[in-house]
Write a protein that binds this ligand. Structure first.
Ligand SMILES: [Zn+2]
Ligand SMILES: [Zn+2]
Length: 149
């Protein structure tokens, strides 16, 4: 059992701190958390892990326990993981909102170009109708002229 030297893992659901992957696994069993629905923050990289599988994959690499955190100004005794958690979840919701906005923006031009096409067709139809009317008028005038002479 290798204990992390310079950082901790954190459970954002139960406000718990762990110094090894085994401690997280024990906590998950104790709290009966769904292994496919956890919220574990890694103090080494700052990432949020949603499944035990992903977390295990992340931690089960050589010398992981000896790593130094890449989070700016990280201190395992004072790190405010709750604030960090809020920050990363807000970030992901902001990027999700941005993605939604982008999708809407790409949807809008197709809608307006559709409207433009519709207007163009209407305009052409009206134009041809008027030209036809004009021809008929000329034809009548011509006929009238012939009949009168
Ligand atoms: Zn928990
Ligand atoms: Zn990490």
């Amino acid at each position: 059992m290798s204990k992390f030297q310079k950082f901790y893992l954190y459970c954002a659901v139960h406000d718990s701190v762990f110094d090894s992957l085994q401690a997280v696994a024990k906590h998950r069993r104790d709290k009966n958390e769904n292994p496919r629905n956890v919220k574990i923050i890694c103090g080494e990289c700052g990432e949020l892990f949603r499944t035990m599988e992903d977390l295990a994959k992340h931690c089960n690499v050589a010398k992981f326990a000896n790593r130094v955190s890449t989070i700016k100004n990280y201190n395992k005794h004072s790190f405010d993981y709750k604030q960090h958690f809020q920050f990363i979840t807000r970030q992901s919701s902001v990027s999700a909102a941005a993605a939604r906005a982008r999708n809407e923006e790409t949807a809008k031009p197709t809608l307006s170009s559709l409207n433009q096409n519709c207007l163009l067709i209407c305009f052409h139809l009206l134009l041809s109708f008027f030209i036809l009317l004009l021809f008929l008028l000329l034809l009548f005038l011509h006929l009238f002229h012939i009949l009168n002479t």
